[in-house]
Every structure is written in structure tokens, then in C-alpha cells.
Design a protein around this ligand. Structure first.
Ligand code: G6P
Length: 612
């Protein structure tokens, strides 16, 4: 959360900063700002900040004629201090401007110290202490770089920082600890950004900074320093993020685009298994066979939508691979004295690879004695996979809509592959079953496309949902987590209160909520629990509740008064949860359209949550 971009060039960098911030807006979108160096005999810093979207700040920068060869920018998701212009970044302390992503835990202590030195605070942010600390060290004679290196050693917490000073107009500096930051290398121009999407129009050549690194960024070169302030070569990577994946194309929203990209994203994520004609352990890394054959159980850790992917995987891992599997919300796990069996594999699931709670849960699991870790992640080179022993990258491509869609279904595809690998290595999946699972996987993108084709029918339902204030989602077994995901999607982007229950639990409480105003969405695939689900539906109907049922093509459901049915494709067997995710995504999307909410940037949320 919070996005950072910085640039130094021989051309005007203001358009680079604005474009970068627009691409980083998924990281936070309550306010934004840029600071640039005003050229002339006596260079000074000019700053523009606005609450609201980047486009509003960009118009102000344009109106005020901002133009410079050096600048930094920020898009904010408020943590310390409300959404006000005074709290927006960049923060300035007499000629030093900086932008910050992360949280400084010892800001109160630093604030007291700085107040005693005469500094006056204009904002409620933790960031402002860094600006004043920088100024304090510069005043003491430090260069911009050494002031930064000294300052970061006085901070506890997480940060990605970019800092410029009017006294040193030929460069800017940056630092990273716990929040992502990379340096982009251009031709006679260089950049810094929270992720490569921000600078992709200028360069694909990037250096990923490591924890504790600082860097000196000049027009003609970049020098990185490690946590001990020693020069270090971090290597240059060529990013393969495509520009098309960052642009809307013919779609109205990124969420719509990303929902429709799922057949392709799934096809790409399963490609290696299809090409291999099976499920080799190497899908999870070179050393995977040795690690995965030695484990005796699985501990999954994740947040949000990724957690629901983990819940689904638990059904697969226990029934197909025959291994015990525990799934826990990362923010809970990290603060309890959890039982840790060193022979249980810790699997973290994270689209972004930078969710702080998941990262901390991973570190905590290691500290408890877990020996083996696997990360399933969608962002190459992000922090969580880098801290894991085994890695599997989903190939969803950039996901920009805050509500996760294609990242979820590709996580499920990766988890299914992990299940079959574990089943093989632990003697539960023979060659015939492996071939059968591969065949099911091969059909998956087609089934998902078929589910997408139901969009017009789902859009018609959405018109009715848009007028409701609450909804219930029901599912059983493998589809209970999909009911949870459906309720989460609806909450996130329509602000309709939604809850999900395992259908069998209805009578133990939530049935009290059911009346003619409460729509009840039922995920009712043609599996062994269908008859049970039908009984649960009767419980709703008998209380006047209106049912909206997602059934399979081959299940004998009849529509009747108060029971609306949409048929998804033929039952997809064990992969059915992936197919049944599509209609609940589309229902949330179209309901949001009908309510006129901001689909891609729902209120109060951010895509990657790098704070507690
Ligand atoms: C945020 C996002 C959710 C996401 C969750 C976990 O809350 O808004 O969409 O599911 O973080 O993110 P991760 O990147 O770890 O999967």
C-alpha cells in the first residue's frame, strides 16, 4: 500500500511521475502528490498534493506548470493520519522532500526528539519524522546519501523511501526495508518505483533492492549499498511484464478484464504440467521432490481471497494426497503459540507476494521450527517467494483490480497441481489417476470460458441484487470456500453486506436472518452433496427466502417461484470450485455496475497490504 515513483533524466519527468502514479494507484488511492526540483540559479523544491485520485493531482500539476528533470511522487493509502492534503506525501523539511511507503513504529519517540530540537510538525503522519531526521543530519554536514544511511538506522518498522534535496540537484536517493522498491535503468536516465508497472514505458531493466539497501540514483548511473553501507552489485533483471497487461484495452474495468482473462491465465498456469504430460515435482522447484516426499502434513497461511484458496486446497490435499492440512489466516497465526511440526510444509499463498501479515507469518513459522516452505505467488521476485525454499509462480499476469479474481483461480490451479504431486509422492495417486487429473485440468480453461458465457443471465440477476442491503451465500464441501469468496467479492465492490455459510450450518443460526428481502445465493454443483444442499434450500424457501442457485448443466434442477437457477457447464469434478468461482465474480461485478460503485478501487481498500 502506497506507491512510490522517482525519476532523474534530461527530459521533463513530470509525465513519467504522473503515469507511474496512475499505474501504482492500485496500491492506494486516497491522496497523491509529487515534488520536483525547480531549476534555475537557486534550485528549489516545488510540490503539489491533492486528496482524491491521481488525475486530480495531475490536473493541478499541469495548471501550475510543473516541469523538471528530477522528481519524486507518491500515491497514498492512509494509515497514520486522515486523508488530508497535509498528510499526503511528499513531505518536506526545509529543502528536503521525501516519499514513504510503510510504517515507522518508533515515530512517536522520534517526534519527541525532533520537537526538542525545534522541529515543527505539519502533519499527523509517521513519515514526517523521516523528513525532519534527514534535514537534521544534512544540517550536521552529511551528504544526502549519508544522511539517508544514518536516518534509516534510527528507524524501526517498514519503509520504502525516495528522497531529494535542493542542495544536491544532480541525484536522489532511496532505501528499502520491508516494502518493495526497485531501481529502473534507462539510457541517461534512471528511476525508482514500487513496482515495474510504474516505469515500464521508460525501461524494463531493473535492480530489485534487498532489505536494508540504499541506492544513489543519478542520470548516468546507480550505485546500490547494502545494510552496512558497502557498495554492492545486485544484478540487473529484464522484466517481462507486458504493457498490454497493464492497460484496459476494450474493457470498462480491470476487474472485468481480469475475470475474462481467466481461461488464458489458467491455461498459462497449467501449461508446464500439460507439456510434461503429468505432474512432476519440479513444477515446484528443482529440489521439490526431496522436500515434498519428506513432509507429513501441510500448513497453509494466507489472507483475504488467498486464504479462501487455501481453504479449498485443504479439501483436495486431505482427500487426494491423504496428508493432514491446516489452513490459517496469517494475521492470526503470527500471534499465537501454534503447534509446529518441522515435517509439515508451510505453504504461503499471496497474489502480491508482499502482504505483511503473510510475510510475518512465514517468518514466525520458521522461528517455530518449520523446516520447509513453499510460496505460491503471482509476482516474480516479490518478498514472500524470495523468503521461501520452494516457489511456484502462478501466471495470471498483472492483476490491477483491487478485488482479486484471476489470481484466485490460478492459485487454485497451482494448489491442485501441488495436491497431485503430493498424492504421487505419498503413494495415493497412481499413473491412471494422474492421467485422469491431467485430463480434467486440460478441460479447465474451456469450462471456465463456458461459465463466462453466462454473463448476460448473471447481469440480469445483478439488477435485483443491487437493490438489496444484505445477501447470504451457501455452499458445501469444496464449494463452501467459493461461497465465502462470493460473499467477499460482493462486500468488497458493492458494499452490500454479505455472509457465507456452509449450507448445513444454516439451521444453527443464520436461518433467523432469512425473509423475503434476503437473497440467498447457493452454489449447488452436481456432486455428492447436492441432495443435502437441496434440503438446505428447502429450509430457506419455507421461510420465504428467495434463492439464486448456480447449478450444473447436468443436474436436475427446476426453477420455481422464488427459486432462480443458472446452469454452469457440465460438472467439472474435482476442479468444480474453480469453475463455480466465475459466476460469483460476475454477480459481484454486475451488481457493482448497477450500484455505480468504483469497481476497481473500492472505498477503504488497497490491493497490497504492507501494513498490519
Ligand atoms: C488485500 C486485497 C485482497 C487480497 C488480500 C491478500 O486485502 O484487497 O484482494 O486477497 O490483500 O493479498 P495477497 O496479495 O497476499 O494475496
Amino acid at each position: 500500500m502506497c506507491g512510490i515513483v522517482g525519476a532523474i533524466a534530461d527530459r521533463d519527468v513530470v509525465p513519467v511521475l504522473i503515469e507511474g502514479l496512475k499505474r501504482l494507484e492500485y496500491r492506494g488511492y486516497d491522496s497523491s502528490g509529487i515534488a520536483v526540483l525547480e531549476q534555475g540559479a537557486q534550485p528549489d523544491i516545488r510540490r503539489v498534493r491533492r486528496t482524491g485520485r491521481v488525475s486530480e493531482m495531475a490536473s493541478a500539476a499541469d495548471a501550475e506548470g510543473f516541469n523538471s528533470v528530477l522528481g519524486i511522487g507518491h500515491t497514498r493509502w492512509a494509515t497514520h493520519g486522515g486523508v488530508t492534503e497535509a498528510n499526503a506525501h511528499p513531505h518536506i523539511s526545509a529543502g528536503v522532500a521525501l516519499v514513504h511507503n510503510g510504517i515507522i513504529e518508533n515515530h512517536e519517540e522520534q517526534r519527541e526528539k525532533l520537537r526538542a530540537l525545534g522541529y515543527v510538525f505539519e502533519s499527523q503522519t509517521d513519515t514526517e519524522v523521516i523528513a525532519h531526521l534527514m534535514h537534521h543530519h544534512l544540517k550536521g554536514g552529511d551528504s544526502l546519501l549519508s544522511a539517508l544511511q544514518r536516518t534509516v538506522k534510527e528507524l524501526t518498522g517498514a519503509y520504502a523511501l525516495a528522497v531529494m534535496s535542493r542542495a544536491e540537484p544532480d541525484h536522489f536517493v532511496c532505501a528499502r526495508m520491508g516494502c518493495p522498491l526497485l531501481v529502473g535503468l534507462g539510457d541517461g536516465e534512471n528511476f525508482v518505483a514500487s513496482d515495474v508497472s510504474a516505469i515500464i514505458s521508460s525501461t524494463r531493466r531493473v535492480i530489485f533492492l534487498e532489505e536494508g539497501d540504499t541506492a544513489d540514483v543519478r542520470r548516468d548511473g546507480v550505485q546500490v549499498y547494502d545494510a552496512h553501507d558497502q557498495p554492492i552489485d545486485r544484478g540487473v533483471h529484464l522484466s517481462d511484464v507486458s504493457l498490454a497487461s497493464l492497460e484496459l484495452g476494450p474493457y470498462r474495468h480491470f476487474m472485468q478484464k481480469e475475470v475474462h482473462e481467466q481461461p488464458r491465465a489458467l491455461g498459462d498456469t497449467i501449461e508446464a504440467a500439460i507439456d510434461a504430460g503429468g505432474f512432476p515435482a519440479e513444477l515446484f522447484g528443482r529440489n521439490a521432490e526431496a522436500v515434498l516426499s519428506g513432509i507429513t502434513g501441510v500448513q497453509i497461511l494466507a489472507c483475504g481471497t488467498s486464504y479462501y484458496a487455501g481453504m479449498t486446497a485443504r479439501y483436495w490435499i486431505e482427500s487426494i494426497a491423504g496428508l493432514p492440512c491446516n489452513v490459517e489466516i496469517a494475521s492470526e497465526y503470527r500471534y499465537r503459540a501454534a503447534y509446529a511440526d518441522p515435517k509439515h510444509l508451510v505453504v504461503t499463498l499471496s497474489q502480491s507476494g508482499e502482504t505483511l501479515d503473510t510475510m510475518e507469518a512465514l517468518k514466525y513459522a520458521k522461528s517455530l521450527g518449520h523446516l520447509h516452505t513453499l510460496s505460491i505467488c503471482n509476482v516474480p521476485e516479490s518478498a514472500i517467494p524470495r523468503a521461501s525454499e520452494l516457489v511456484c509462480y502462478t501466471r495470471a499476469g498483472a492483476e490491477i483490480g483491487v478485488a482479486s479474481t484471476k489470481a484466485f483461480t490460478t492459485q487454485l490451479a497451482a494448489l491442485f497441481q501441488l495436491t497431485v504431486v503430493l498424492g504421487k509422492l505419498h503413494g495415493r495417486v497412481d499413473a491412471t489417476r494422474e492421467a485422469d487429473y491431467l485430463e480434467q485440468l486440460r478441460f479447465l480453461p474451456g469450462s471456465v470460458q463456458h461459465a463466462l458465457n453466462m454473463e448476460p443471465q448473471i447481469a440480469a440477476w445483478a439488477e435485483r441484487f443491487a437493490r438489496k442491503s444484505s445477501a447470504l451465500f451457501l455452499g458445501r464441501g469444496l464449494h463452501y470456500p467459493i461461497a465465502l469468496e462470493g460473499a467477499l467479492k460482493l462486500k468488497e465492490i458493492t458494499y452490500i453486506h454479505a455472509e457465507a455459510y456452509p449450507a448445513g450450518e444454516l439451521k444453527h443460526g443464520p436461518l433467523a436472518l432469512v425473509d423475503e428481502d434476503m437473497p440467498v445465493v447457493v452454489i449447488a454443483p452436481n456432486d455428492s452433496l447436492l441432495e443435502k444442499v437441496k434440503s438446505n434450500m428447502q429450509e430457506v424457501r419455507a421461510r420465504g427466502g428467495e434463492l439464486f442457485v448456480f447449478a450444473d448443466q447436468d443436474s436436475n434442477f427446476v426453477e420455481s417461484e422464488g427459486v432462480h437457477v443458472i446452469r454452469t457447464p457440465r460438472h467439472a469434478g474435482v476442479l468444480s470450485p474453480i469453475v463455480h468461482t466465475i459466476p460469483v465474480q460476475l454477480l459481484a461485478y454486475h451488481t457493482a455496475l448497477a450500484r455505480g460503485t468504483d469497481v476497481d478501487k473500492p472505498r477503504n481498500l488497497a490491493k497490497s497490504v504492507t501494513v498490519e
